[in-house]
Design a protein around this ligand. Structure first.
Ligand code: UD1
Length: 430
């Protein structure tokens, strides 16, 4: 069984370079099929979710030239909007971006309902409400979303909840609709801005991305472009937390410091040292970290995708911390795994109360989802002794070269395919 085997208790030190943002790349790759001209995307992370998106584009009849691991040239010319979506697309959340992209391009989309991590009910009612407002007829048959419109017309759409997915989907669906669409109460995450910049580089007219209101003036067509994806905020934040967890000293390279402010601020409140420079964040983890409270919120608030990582380090901070999860209702499942390591955490509804302990014990752990999986690896790196983390397919969906990057910081971690590999690793590290 594929698993990470980790010998912890060693401070992680050195430099790590962050890959392109997975969640931006997912939106951008879907949007790239909206033109029949070639689109070159640079700095895409080489992770499984992206491989699934690219395979789906090919299965729909598009062309994907893989220039290297991080660079692709896509042509949406041969795409048949009636055959969208493969089975693996059901396993990733972002498959739903093909609804907005295909509807916006050709007035017809047939896409499986989204999957992704089981961190809550994750409805798509806001996406559907938006598509309908643009004049589309939307129905769900046997787990497939079918959206069609003879003619998309601009609309004024007010989202009931702040949704990253609905914001990106409606930006795509409306960028060739007739007239000016106004999206209100939108998400402001860095990847919203990146997808908007990408669409604008294709000729779209989108203004206001990164604020509460986005205005989109429909254009007749989108065109060829070349675009560099921004660095991944969550991968960067995860490595920042690793410095705190292992009491190490990590310089995280290729970051946009502005995107990391809420994470850096919490690490500082805990007593750690955080230094931002042009495109780096250095975190020095101190030995006596103190409690703090966390509330997850849409950007620029503290990201829900960093909640498992920060909760994990709060387990080792002196005093009582309260973590409130405001975005997804099922995002504390990893706490059972942390308890195996000695963590003292009580969960009631969307609130976790964490009593700091001195140290984790090593344990055999199972990753319940992508970000929690990364948090458990971090816990194992902080614990003396040898731990294992199974179900790592979640982690491979979103972190490029995770084990390799950790080894580059001096961490002892190996991705083992079977028990023989595990024995070899144990013998090697002694
Ligand atoms: C995206 C990210 C995910 C991140 C999340 C919040 C991708 C591929 N995934 O997920 O990593 O954790 O943003 O930052 O980019 N909601 C509704 N109705 C809808 C849509 C959403 O009620 O139609 C609710 C959700 O249940 C949730 C909240 O809105 O409570 C935010 O969800 P949303 O921002 O849409 O998350 P995703 O786009 O699925």
């Amino acid at each position: 069984m594929e698993q990470y085997v980790i010998k912890g208790g060693i401070p992680l030190n050195g430099d790590v370079t962050i890959s392109g943002a997975k969640n931006a790349a997912l939106g951008i790759l879907a949007a790239s099929i909206m033109t029949n001209e070639k689109v070159r995307v640079n700095n895409a992370p080489y992770v499984n979710d992206i491989i699934v998106m690219l395979d789906a584009i090919e299965e729909m009849g598009g062309t994907v030239e893989r220039i290297d691991e991080h660079t692709v040239v896509i042509s949406g010319k041969g795409i048949d909007s009636r055959t969208a979506g493969n089975d693996s697309l059901r396993n990733i959340r972002a498959g739903y971006y093909f609804i907005g992209a295909l509807l916006g391009k050709s007035g017809y989309a047939r896409v499986p309902l989204p999957g992704g991590c089981d961190i809550g009910s994750r409805p798509i009612d806001q996406h559907i409400k938006g598509f309908k407002a643009l004049g589309a007829d939307v129905k769900i048959e046997n787990g497939i979303v079918i959206a069609k419109a003879d003619h998309l017309r601009a609309a004024h759409i007010y989202f009931d909840v702040v949704s990253v997915g609905a914001t990106i989907n409606l930006m795509m669906a409306s960028c060739m609709a007739e007239g000016q669409t106004i999206l209100e109460n939108v998400a402001k995450e860095p990847h919203i801005v990146d997808v908007a910049n990408f669409l604008n580089s294709m000729g779209a007219k989108i203004k206001g991305a990164g604020t509460d209101t986005i205005r989109i003036v429909g254009v007749p067509r989108l065109m060829s472009t070349e675009y560099d994806i921004i660095p991944d905020q969550i991968e960067a934040g995860t490595f920042m937390c690793m410095a705190a967890a292992t009491k190490g000293d990590i310089t995280v390279r290729n970051v946009i410091p502005k995107h990391l402010e809420s994470i850096g601020a919490k690490l500082v409140e805990m007593g750690n040292k955080v230094y931002f420079h042009n495109d780096t964040a250095r975190v020095i983890g101190v030995s006596n970290q103190t409690h703090t409270d966390i509330k997850t919120l849409p950007y620029p608030g503290f990201p829900t995708d960093m909640q498992p990582q920060i909760t994990t380090i709060l387990c080792l901070a002196e005093g009582t911390s309260v973590v409130t999860e405001n975005i997804f209702e099922n995002r504390f499942r990893y706490v059972d795994e942390l308890r195996l390591m000695g963590a003292q955490v009580k969960v009631e509804g969307n609130v976790a109360v964490v009593e700091g302990i001195d140290a984790f014990q090593s344990a055999n752990l199972r990753a319940p989802d992508l970000r929690a999986g990364a948090a458990l690896v971090m816990a194992a790196l902080a614990a003396d002794g040898i731990s294992t983390v199974t179900d790592i397919s979640y982690i491979l969906r979103g972190y490029e070269d995770f084990d390799k990057k950790i080894r580059g910081l001096g961490g002892q971690i190996e991705l083992c395919d079977d028990d023989r590999d595990v024995t070899k690793f144990r013998l090697r590290i002694g």
